[in-house]
Design a protein. Sequence first.
Length: 149
Amino acid sequence: MGRFTLAFLGLLLSFVIATNVWATDFGTVYQDAKIQNAVIAPLPDTGSGKLVLRFNLTNTAVDKLTITGVRGDLHDASHIMAELGPDKFVELDSLSILSEEQLDMASAGIHIELDNLRLPAGPDRTVTLNLVLLNGEMPFKARLVDATH
């Protein structure tokens, strides 16, 4: 056999025996949303005294938006809660909103509980938070209100 034939067979054999490696593009799709009317208030009608976060959200991303929680300097943890009935809630691991969809948390019976929320010092009634998404975080501000607002 000639050198060309041996080189060709060697190359062919290397393709057959070699471990297949597939390139996958894991590029992050920028998740974006518009948050409006973000308020932190006592959970109404339960008497529990828990402070919860509610907001209106519009998913302006090209793909679904998945919320996994909320981070901030003034609370320890967050829990996404869905109302099943009067005083009956279930915790959700995440909350997905399809592209170009809107979520009004109050009318949907959804809120985010903020564990051990420490109220900001001074007259400022806003809290800076980060909406935790599958592909990053989105900063926003929420207004502290009492149950009557």
